[in-house]
Design a protein around this ligand. Structure first.
Ligand code: NAD
Length: 356
């Protein structure tokens, strides 16, 4: 008997269903060659859930995800639901789902594929070979700290981190670094903020359990500059919630295309794997969306949730091969395309490569 895994599927809105279908196509072509079996359970969230049940995150979805080994998610949102009250909008479904799943770590790779160096707004020699993993703390820091208040003449938020919060995110980063280049740059503002000084001291403590990993520290303002000046110096970037929010968006743009990059939100339990882009209502239903970010997210799911590293490597290699062969969706059409493909044609090509 092979290994069996249960995967929660949340297709969502806009291009969500199209891109998820291609990821499933690839997983189904791959799994028989690797000796494992995937069982899918589809669940509702976002606009699709509002239309069907009246709420963006139905109770069945909250229960359902907890029975899975991992959840693969497309994207949610669209103009149809934009005028609803904030707590009834699709986005609140996603925020609440992350909270329910206790996903405190957000992993955002920034990879520049050789074949697409010209897609970046930076010079090819600066971005060629970039392969960074940003590990962002997701459930603490200034976005959640108390007290917080908006008054008439002033407003304030609180940036707070506990030892437990810093230790658990640092451990995630060190474990990932062990699987990669064994280098971590922890980003903070320890020259100004006590909470950053505490972050730095705690990360140093955790590093003692990982003597093989080289740990450096950088102030966030310098890190923003270095990401643009010389991004190749980074392997894993470990940082808090607000700094990670900003740096991971900057890092993702090194690759030049939003349709390529995956992400993972993980924690103590089940992880959520999703492309970084949204539901792209402007191109939904046309069959032209780029499914590579979602297929890459499926690869991250295999690696980080299921420990199926070889299967993940196979997907990553197939993506590189499809790009090397010049197959591109329209969003990448300007960059050395030999053939402009539809969303499902790209899925077919990757599925064919991984099935061998
Ligand atoms: P978006 O990422 O959906 O789209 C931005 C631009 O990138 C659009 O021109 C779109 O066509 C293009 N694009 C995005 N993904 C693409 C892909 N795979 N292939 C080709 N082109 C792609 O961002 P937006 O337009 O600001 O937001 C649209 C909706 O998505 C909103 O309702 C927003 O709230 C929601 N959203 C959802 C998530 C999520 O589900 N995680 C994230 C961001 C935005």
């Amino acid at each position: 008997m092979g290994r069996n895994y249960k995967i929660g599927i949340i297709k969502g809105d806009g291009i969500g269903p199209e891109i998820i279908d291609e990821a499933i196509k690839v997983l189904d072509a791959l799994s028989p060659t690797m000796g494992f079996n995937l069982e899918y359970e589809e669940m509702l969230m976002g606009g699709a859930a509002i239309d069907e049940t009246g709420v963006p995150l139905p109770a069945e979805t909250i229960q359902g995800v907890k029975t899975c080994d991992a959840v693969l998610f497309g994207a949610i949102g669209g103009p149809k639901w934009d005028n609803l009250e904030r707590h009834l909008r699709p986005e609140s479904g996603l925020l609440n789902l992350r909270k329910e799943m206790g996903t405190f770590a957000n992993l955002r790779p920034a990879i520049v594929y050789d074949e697409l160096v010209n897609a970046s707004t930076l010079k090819p020699e600066v971005v060629r070979g970039v392969d960074i993993m940003v590990v962002r703390e997701l459930t603490g820091g200034i976005y959640f700290g108390q007290p917080r208040e908006l008054l008439k003449d002033r407003a304030y938020n609180t940036m707070v981190y506990t030892r437990e919060e810093v230790v658990r995110i640092a451990k995630v980063a060190f474990e990932i670094a062990m699987k990669r280049g064994k280098r971590i740059c922890s980003v903070d503002k320890a020259n100004v903020l006590e909470v950053s000084q505490f972050w730095r001291e705690t990360v140093v403590e955790v590093s003692k359990d990982y003597p093989e990993v080289e740990l450096t520290h950088m102030y966030v303002d310098n890190a923003a500059m270095q990401l643009i000046r010389n991004p190749k110096q980074f392997d894993v970037i470990l940082t808090g919630n607000i700094f990670g929010d900003i740096l991971s968006d900057a890092a993702s743009m090194l690759s030049g295309s939003i349709g390529l990059l995956p992400s993972a939100s993980t924690g103590a339990g089940v992880g959520l794997y999703e492309p970084i882009h949204g539901s792209a209502p402007d191109i939904a239903g046309q069959g032209i969306a780029n499914p590579l970010a979602t297929i890459s997210s499926a690869s991250m799911m295999l690696r980080y949730a299921l420990g199926e590293d070889k299967a993940a490597d196979k997907i990553d290699k197939a993506i590189r091969k499809s790009l090397a062969q010049g197959y591109r969706t329209g969003d990448l059409g300007a960059y050395d395309a030999k053939e402009i493909c539809s969303c499902s044609e790209i899925g077919d090509i990757i599925a064919k490569y991984v099935s061998k």
